[in-house]
Design a protein around this ligand. Structure first.
Ligand SMILES: Cc1ncc(COP(=O)(O)O)c(C=O)c1O
Ligand SMILES: N[C@H](C=O)CCC(=O)O
Length: 430
């Protein structure tokens, strides 16, 4: 039995100071009816809690740590950088270096702006789209999560789906009034919407690979339809690649599926584990952003040298060794195929969905194409599987509505161990 005594004590104390004891709801383990291990350190594919337990980590800080935790090159760059000061609130050479690197991976980022979180990136991209088109309405998809800004907290995935509050109190009706929600992967519905009100829509924002209702790939034709209808009606297409950027492929989902969005949001990997995100895309659109144009957007710590350093070091490693993407994807494929095979062998209805190095094991018989499919998964089976794994040193995301991730440090031995634990867990569910 896992000993979490110190974590339980730490959680009780944390709850006195922070709502629910955490600084982001999905960390609380409330959805799986338990309490989270408090983490003391991490290295490679492992994290270690304050009770001395060790886990193979498939959360990876919710995606960023594709090189594994505490990558030597990233750490060395950060150690040097902090000695030069942590923030100047003034331009640096680093920011242009990072911008160039991002553009090398994603040429559609003709011009971009750095921010501090995925939430800021999507919120700002929408403002730019509205400013550029002079229209107010935006379209998002049920079960997609784009951070916690008011107009996007509507029928959202991730923690909101997990806790059963897809719309949040505190969002004024007016702030969400211009947000239209549509079912994911339904091209016909989106065509119908654009036939009726396409000329009033500023932008469609989408996770081109959804990760926040679990990992749900776009069905063939869906992204193509979004591109077509937005183009036909003068609306912008925004790809939220905060999660799937550098995961679906080196060039993100846009490269994998060959669709060029007008704007893209990046986060997670791009900041190498530091608070940093980006929005960018077409030069004519991004030229609207202040001070080049009238659409206001700003940030005291935006582009700060520490986040830039972590991002630059991470992207440099990825650029220098393109086999990393192949290796991480191969490991993820092996793991996912193994999980599906073992589930089937045990007679447990499971579907494992994967794109690149992100995946979800759904307790669902058949493909999960949208939020409705995800929400009829067997949540009790998920919980049992999750807890058995945690107790045996495998750290998955504590919700069926989340993706898991693999790093380049997960080698065949770790995958083998993970599958051995999964096999035992499936047998519990027979
Ligand atoms: C696709 C997507 N967009 C936006 C966000 C918001 O990013 P952040 O948590 O950095 O605000 C997230 C994750 O939280 C995400 O997965
Ligand atoms: N699903 C979210 C991001 O991708 C989970 C991270 C969070 O909200 O803390």
């Amino acid at each position: 039995m896992l000993n979490l005594d110190k974590s339980h004590k730490a959680f009780a104390e944390a709850k006195l100071y922070m709502p629910g004891g955490v600084n982001s709801p999905v960390r609380s383990y409330r959805s799986v009816g338990s309490e989270p291990p408090f983490i003391a350190s991490a290295s490679g594919d492992r994290i270690y809690d304050i009770d001395g337990n060790e886990y193979i980590d498939y959360v990876l800080s919710w995606g960023p740590m594709i090189l594994g935790h505490a990558n030597a090159e990233v750490v060395a760059a950060l150690q040097e950088a902090v000695l030069r000061g942590t923030s100047y609130g003034a331009p640096t050479l680093l920011e242009t270096e990072v911008a160039k690197k991002i553009q090398a991976f994603m040429p559609t980022m003709e011009m971009l702006r750095m921010v501090n979180s995925g939430t800021e990136a999507t919120m700002s991209a929408l403002r730019v789209a509205r400013g550029f088109t002079g229209r107010d309405k935006i379209v998002k998809f049920v079960g997609c999560y784009h951070g916690h800004s008011d107009s996007l907290l509507v029928k959202a995935g991730s923690g909101l789906a997990t806790f059963g509050v897809p719309d949040s109190p505190g969002v004024p009706a007016g702030a969400a009034a211009d947000t239209i929600t549509m079912p994911y992967n339904d091209s016909q519905a989106i065509r119908g919407l654009f036939d009726e009100q396409g000329d009033t829509i500023a932008a469609v924002i989408v996770e081109p690979v959804a990760g926040n209702m679990g990992c749900v790939p776009p069905v063939p034709g869906f992204l193509e339809t979004l591109r077509e209808v937005t183009e036909e009606h003068g609306a912008l297409l925004i790809f939220d690649e905060v999660m799937c950027g550098f995961r679906a492929s080196a060039g993100g989902a846009q490269k994998l599926y060959g669709i060029i969005p007008d704007l893209t949001c990046l986060g997670k990997i791009v900041g190498g584990g530091m608070p940093m995100a980006v929005f960018g895309g077409r030069k004519d659109v991004m030229s609207c952003v202040a001070p080049a144009g009238p659409v206001y957007q700003a940030g005291t710590l935006s582009g700060n040298p520490i986040a830039m350093t972590a991002g630059l070091a991470t992207l440099s490693v990825l650029q220098r060794d393109p086999t990393i993407f192949r290796r991480v994807e191969a490991a993820t494929k092996e793991l996912c195929e193994g999980l599906e095979r073992l589930g089937e062998a045990a007679g447990v209805p499971v579907t494992v969905q994967r794109v690149g190095s992100m995946f979800t094991l759904f307790f669902h018989d058949g493909p999960v194409c949208n939020f409705d499919d995800a929400s009829v998964c067997d949540m009790e089976a998920f919980k049992t599987f999750f807890h058995y794994n945690l107790e045996h040193g495998i750290y998955y995301a504590p919700s069926q509505y989340e993706s898991n991730f693999v790093s380049v440090m997960h080698n065949p031995k770790e995958i083998e161990k993970t599958l051995a634990v999964a096999e035992e867990a499936f047998h519990l569910l027979k």
